[in-house]
Design a protein around this ligand. Structure first.
Ligand code: HEM
Ligand SMILES: *[C@@H]1O[C@H](CO)[C@@H](O)[C@H](O)[C@H]1NC(C)=O
Ligand SMILES: *[C@@H]1O[C@H](CO)[C@@H](O)[C@H](O)[C@H]1NC(C)=O
Length: 336
């Protein structure tokens, strides 16, 4: 008899434990269904309840597209950077110009240079069918950048989510705050310092140039006027980037493994094969203040991956719109 009572008790206890544990998550689900959670803060689980398939959808679309056109991965990483450095990660970079609105796309660092807008529009189109007006364009950019890096063999990081989209853009800030390839080390440190990054973090973020391409117009003065360029590298670049004309001719930023997200960019720099003037500024033959970081990353790919991932999370946190700020655009290209 006592045995039976115990059995019933155990059974009841089990049932109550199981039902309690299943009640708690569904209760939070209910409470947070249309209020940002935690309110006003980015969180890696933001879409788990609001649009459970959002991240898988972005990943599938981006990975397929990037494996089909590897440069697209580089272009998407750069798009997120150019978004975040101008009034924060708010998708301001995606707003198209029209008769009455002048956004950032025609700013000097962006015009004829930024790529990848169409794939973002494609992802947005799919997500609007799946979860209308839930997933922000700013979050799509942040996740697409991460998924691109992963697709090209780079590190993974958890993307904090819950950014909302701006109703404005800032052409002047795009022209002043996006770094020029003609900057010297001091100017690079200042440009990133303005956004809260240390010189070390600037060196880590610059490792993004281990993928993607640059136009002749951005590196011409380096290959004709500078002495710290490896001689054979200079020769091969001069063959395709003439002194005049050919402005749009492309060369890989990392000459060693142009389509793989690895640490070869830093090895290039340490052998004077930086394509951009600004990139080679990070390594100056042992006497520069950031040389030790370049050498450390050239030697240790894992260290680079960790530092890059952390710096990307920090970049993704640049003054996001959250809570009731901004909006969730229906089309990334225009304000609702
Ligand atoms: C350190 C200062 C930086 C300067 C001066 C700079 C400048 C440039 C320039 C001039 C290009 C070539 C654009 C063209 O010719 O159309 C480029 C490409 C690129 N940049 Fe940067 N950049 C910097 C930092 C960054 C950062 C922090 C990231 C991302 C975290 C990044 C990601 C990229 C990528 C991936 C490309 C290749 C894009 C493509 O192939 O479409 N850059 N950058
Ligand atoms: C090299 O430097 C000179 C003097 O600063 C400048 O006039 C010239 O345009 C530069 N050449 C290239 C190809 O950028
Ligand atoms: C121009 O673009 C802005 C920003 O996206 C938008 O608010 C506005 O409605 C557009 N105007 C026209 C005429 O399309």
């Amino acid at each position: 008899m006592a045995d039976n009572k115990l059995r019933i008790c155990v059974l009841i206890c089990l049932i109550s434990i199981i039902s309690a544990s299943s009640v708690i998550p569904s209760a939070t689900t209910f409470v947070s269904s249309n209020i940002p959670d935690p309110f006003g803060k980015l969180s890696s689980t933001f879409y788990e309840t609001r649009c459970p398939l959002a991240l898988a959808t972005i990943k599938a679309t981006i990975t397929t597209a990037v494996l089909n056109d590897r440069r697209l991965g580089a272009s998407l990483l750069r798009l997120h950077f150019h978004d975040c450095f101008v009034q924060g990660c708010d998708a301001s970079v995606l707003l198209k110009d029209n008769a009455t609105f002048k956004g950032e796309q025609n700013a000097f660092p962006n015009v004829n240079s930024l790529r990848g807008y169409e794939i973002i529009d494609k992802v947005k189109y799919i997500l609007e069918k799946l979860c209308p007006e839930v997933v922000s364009c700013a979050d799509i950019l942040a996740v697409a950048a991460r998924d691109s890096v992963v697709a090209l063999g780079g590190p993974f990081w958890l993307v904090r989510l819950g950014r909302r989209d701006s109703t404005t853009a800032n052409l002047n800030a795009a022209n002043s705050d996006l770094p020029s390839p003609l900057l010297d080390l001091k100017g690079l440190i200042a440009a990133f310092g303005k956004k809260g990054f240390s010189a070390d973090e600037m060196v880590a973020l610059s490792g993004a140039h281990t993928i993607g391409k640059s136009k002749c117009s951005a590196y011409r003065s380096r290959i004709y006027n500078e002495s710290n360029v490896e001689i054979n590298y200079r020769k091969s670049l001069q063959e395709t980037c003439p002194r005049t004309g050919g402005d749009d001719y492309l060369s890989p930023l990392d000459t060693t493994t142009p389509d793989i997200f690895d640490n070869a960019f830093y090895k290039d720099l340490s052998s004077y094969k930086g394509l951009l003037h600004s990139d080679q500024q990070l390594f100056n033959g042992g006497s520069g203040s950031t040389d030790y970081k370049v050498l450390a990353y050239a030697k240790d790919a894992t260290l680079f991956g960790l530092d890059f991932a952390n710096a990307m999370i920090k970049m993704g946190n640049l003054s996001p719109l959250t809570g009731y700020q901004g909006q969730i655009r229906k089309y990334c290209t225009s304000v609702n």
